[in-house]
Design a protein around this ligand. Structure first.
Ligand code: ATP
Length: 263
């Protein structure tokens, strides 16, 4: 987790609130949202230097405001989902690891008012996140087209369950499904049953239903999807569909190259 000091004179605070941390109602914290960070400061006595955490919005995939079923409790909740780079256990490599921050908002007796406050934070966070889309600087067109989506994005996730060591479905169940839900991405999972299944599906699909096609496999399935798009009568338009790859093959050469060249 990013433990940098937040310079709030450079990044003015857009929202401030004092909440309790879910799971420990005695632990109150001051939460500030700036253009770049979410700053969480424990209000109870804590060792100096350890009571403040600065979470970069670059590492945040999404957030959610909600109430729990218990009507006697007027509290609302704000859950914020981060995936900061952390050192791997027993290794020098880094990987993104999930860190959820959940706050309990209960300053008012009215449950609707607490929920409105949580939703106000969720909206502010979401608009902060859209400025951190992981796109290259010269891709302003792509940034603009993504930020105008005023609804959750919809994607078709094509998965080859046999790819790599045959663990794509396990990876999806243990990580991907939850990340997509946290990011507010609605998706339809299509598990391919045989060679050329994805190619045929993409060739016939109504592409207006999808904002992106994402391949969870190795290079072979991506190759099939691109061929399926190019075999359509409307191929010139179809090939502009945003494509994604979640590497779960054995070589994953394309995903590795993209990561390498994009830094
Ligand atoms: N259910 C399936 N059973 C068997 N083969 C499939 C199935 N679904 C897709 N395929 C085929 O498997 C081929 C290999 O898949 P892919 O290249 O994506 O994985 P990989 O070979 O494990 O990874 P890499 O290319 O990274 O080495 C694809 O060309 C695809 O046609």
């Amino acid at each position: 987790m990013d433990q940098r000091r937040a310079d709030t004179s450079i990044n003015p605070v857009s929202l401030y609130g004092e909440f309790t941390v879910t799971g420990n109602r005695k632990a109150r914290c001051a939460v500030s949202l700036t253009e770049k960070d979410l700053i969480v400061q424990r209000l109870l006595l804590a060792p100096v230097g350890r009571n403040k955490v600065v979470l970069s919005l670059k590492d945040c995939v999404g957030c959610r405001a909600y109430r729990e079923g218990d009507n006697a409790d007027p509290a609302a909740y704000l859950a914020v989902y981060f995936y900061p780079l952390k050192r791997r256990w027993m290794s020098s490599g880094m990987s993104r690891q999930r860190a959820e921050q959940c706050f309990r908002l209960a300053s008012l007796q009215d449950p609707c008012a607490n929920l409105e406050e949580a939703e106000k934070w969720a909206r502010a966070l979401s608009s902060g996140l859209s400025t951190w889309l992981p796109l290259s600087n010269d891709n302003e067109l792509q940034r603009a087209s993504m930020s105008v989506l005023s609804r959750p994005s919809r994607m078709m996730l094509l998965m080859n369950p046999q790819s790599g060591k045959g663990q794509a479905l396990t990876l999806y169940n243990n990580h991907i499904q939850r990340m997509l839900n946290e990011a507010g991405v609605t998706h339809t999972l299509v598990i391919t049953e045989r060679q050329n299944h994805a190619r045929e599906l993409v060739k016939e699909a109504d592409l207006s239903q999808w904002d992106a096609l994402v391949i969870m496999s190795g290079d072979g399935l991506l190759f099939e999807v691109i061929n399926g798009l190019l075999e359509r009568p409307d191929w010139e338009e179809a090939i502009r569909t945003p494509l994604g790859i979640l590497p779960s093959g054995s070589g994953n050469a394309l995903a590795a190259s993209i990561h390498h060249y994009s830094g």
